[in-house]
Design a protein around this ligand. Sequence first.
Ligand code: FES
Length: 110
Amino acid sequence: MQQDITIKITDRNGVKHEVQAPTDMNMNIMELIRAYELAEEGTIGVCGGMAMCASCQCYVLNDVISLERNPDEEAMLWEAYHVKENSRLGCQIPITPEIDGLEIEIAPEQ
Ligand code: FES
């Protein structure tokens, strides 16, 4: 059985949370934020994780993951608001043991 990993998430009110995430449930960061109710219902995960809404945009605050975006993610962020160099779509970041210690901030509502 996989160990849980720790992810640090700053919510849209600037409050920092440290949460445990399971690596064996095929979850992504958007689903994790929803599971812990760290963003208001209906303001995150609007497209269900298809890289088609940018409601799950996050800023990556440390170098645990690469800032490289996949093509769908890049295309979506091109059209989104509040995009920074370290923006990623939470639904495109799978929860795996490699991302233990990741720190992110949820971007403002789209
Ligand atoms: S949930 Fe829509 S882009 Fe991630």
